[in-house]
Design a protein around this ligand. Structure first.
Ligand code: PGA
Length: 250
């Protein structure tokens, strides 16, 4: 059985002082939730301050992105070892990275590989856009992203996969539980064909896209969904703690 996971992606929100305030407000509530892995992914500038706050708790720290090169002349980029020094997880291939920063499947694959080498757990994001869904190619898009993202990845035991349909991100229009669950089933089957049964059955599959405290219980009850990657609602302490609690109660 994969573990249950609730991850909060703060995206490009929160200055350092705002991050400190937000984390301080949700720390105790989040820490008190058992049976679910809790991960917070703040902006780079806030990572080390957040680590100070969550030290000694059950809350894990993740980055929202990283570069695939080890070091060197890549102005503005952050290397895997820099992340691994303070984080346990890293989001890779988020649709906003693919869309606005032109990350392609090859970049995503390199990042997954070097994240693993650095000892990080990559949260590999996949998902189709609205026109792909409307034209009936959502499944092949997602399968393609998955297969190329995981190319030549020998050890999958440390990878998480997040299915985030682009049309559901930040729009308030979440995917129906049925659609999300169906795609997660396809993702699980694709993982099985890449990796074989045992290795793939422990990979946590997260749904992301307009998840909040009001709709989480529906997703949590779906057998194909092991966790959630939450954007907007992770900026609201009560909402995010409630999401984690409801995930744990299922
Ligand atoms: P959202 O974002 O919850 O605001 O839709 C999800 C994500 O992009 O991870």
């Amino acid at each position: 059985m994969p573990k249950s996971v609730v991850a909060g992606n703060w995206k490009m929100n929160m200055t350092i002082s705002q991050s400190v305030e937000l984390m301080s407000r949700m720390k105790a509530g989040l820490d008190s939730v058992d049976k679910v892995e809790k991960i917070i992914c703040p902006p780079f500038t806030s990572l080390s301050r957040i680590l100070d706050i969550i030290g000694g708790t059950s809350i894990n720290l993740g980055a929202q992105n990283m570069h695939y090169e080890e070091r060197g002349a890549y102005t503005g980029e952050i290397a895997p070892d820099m992340i691994a020094e303070i984080c346990t997880h890293v989001i890779i291939g988020h649709s906003e990275r693919r869309q606005y920063f032109y990350e392609n499947d090859g970049d995503v694959n390199r990042k997954v590989q070097v994240a693993l080498q650095a000892g990080l757990i990559p949260i590999l994001c996949v998902g189709e856009n609205l026109s792909q869904r409307k034209s009936g190619i959502a499944q092949s898009v997602v399968e393609g992203q998955l297969i190329s993202g995981l190319l030549d990845v020998a050890d999958m035991s440390k990878i998480y996969v997040a299915y985030e349909p682009i049309w559901a991100i930040g729009t308030g229009v979440s995917a129906s539980v049925q659609d999300a669950g169906e795609m997660m089933g396809i993702i699980r089957a694709t993982l099985q064909s890449i990796l074989g049964g045992d290795a793939s059955s422990s990979v946590p599959l997260l749904y992301g896209g307009s998840v909040n405290a009001n709709n989480i219980s529906d997703y949590a009850q779906n057998d194909n969904i092991d966790g959630v990657l939450v954007g907007g609602a992770s900026l609201d302490p009560d909402n995010f703690v409630s999401i984690a609690r409801q995930m744990a109660d299922i």
